[in-house]
Design a protein around this ligand. Structure first.
Ligand SMILES: NC(=O)c1ccc[n+]([C@@H]2O[C@H](COP(=O)([O-])OP(=O)(O)OC[C@H]3O[C@@H](n4cnc5c(N)ncnc54)[C@H](OP(=O)(O)O)[C@@H]3O)[C@@H](O)[C@H]2O)c1
Length: 259
């Protein structure tokens, strides 16, 4: 798999930053995208001093309509061809559906779903034409069942998994792979931002960012379709296939009860 130029959305923190460190250690040139320009520049400088490669920082809000096209136009102007696309930027929110402001929920759908698929639609044709490339999408263990009190977040992550698996089958004949990394609760800024950090699964079963990234990165390099880091997360996602849906809904509702 060529790693010359790797575009990572949401690279300023958490899983995106962790994956950036792994790609950089393997010699990739990174294109780092998020809103926090200071954090991106700091990461780019640190990785350059460690590995000697100049990285590119593109500060951009991907939660607004048209952001993917703006980003793609910037890449085209700079003549940047992408070997690996990491669609990582995303956020959640834990509360009753009617209590979460609609603007925030629509922004979540824009960032977690629309920008992700639009960017993929813009970049994938080049990969198919060159007959090489790979895409890593951030799903979640939330991809595998509905989630009361995080209804929209869980629905966006179901979309990511379904979309990724379909594309995986569509494009593998072109030597392009599309992988869905589906972490469970991971100790990043996500849980605090989403007001989920008090939830049973965050308190009792969260994994370190480093482990999630290491496991995800290794499976991605092996061109896996889906990767679920952690034995507990694998057991949970397997058991939701067997258990009655009503039971699963009740368990998730219990875990996700808002503060
Ligand atoms: N942590 C978990 O428990 C967990 C579990 C399963 C899946 N995931 C998924 O993993 C991905 C990364 O989450 P994380 O845990 O690393 O969260 P995080 O620590 O909060 O990082 C989120 C990243 O996304 C960026 N981002 C957020 N809104 C953005 C916007 N409007 N435009 C551009 N960039 C934006 C943030 O940067 P700026 O704020 O600088 O823009 C940051 O770099 C998400 O898709 C999430 O759904 C996380």
């Amino acid at each position: 798999m060529p790693l010359e130029t790797v575009l990572i959305t949401g690279a300023s923190a958490g899983i995106g930053e962790g994956l950036a460190r792994l790609f950089a250690a393997d010699g990739a040139r990174l294109i780092l995208v998020a809103r926090s320009v200071d954090r991106l520049q700091h990461l780019a400088a640190e990785l350059k001093s460690k590995h000697g490669v100049e990285h590119i920082v593109i500060p951009l809000d991907l939660g607004i309509a048209g952001a993917a096209k703006t980003l793609f136009d910037t890449l085209t102007q700079r003549n940047l061809k992408i070997d690996v696309l990491v669609n990582n930027a995303g956020f959640g929110h834990n509360d009753r559906f009617i209590e979460i402001p609609i603007a925030e929920q629509l922004e979540m759908v824009q960032l977690n779903v629309s920008t992700m698929l639009h960017l993929t639609h813009l970049i994938l044709p080049q990969m198919i034409e060159r007959r090489e490339g790979a895409i890593l999408n951030l799903g979640s263990t939330a991809s595998f069942q509905p989630g009361p009190y995080s209804a929209v977040y869980y629905a966006t992550k179901s979309f990511v998994l379904s979309f990724t698996e379909s594309l995986w089958e569509e494009v593998r004949e072109h030597n392009v792979t599309v992988t869905c990394l589906c972490p469970g609760p991971t100790r990043t800024e996500f849980g605090i931002r989403a007001k989920m950090d008090h939830n049973w699964n965050f308190v009792n079963a969260s994994m370190s960012t480093e482990s999630v990234c290491r496991i995800g990165y290794r499976a991605f390099r092996r061109r896996k379709r889906i990767v679920i880091p952690g034995i507990l997360n694998r057991i949970l996602t397997f058991s939701v296939r067997l258990a009655p849906r009503r039971f699963i809904l009740r368990v998730i509702r219990h875990w996700q009860r808002p503060r």
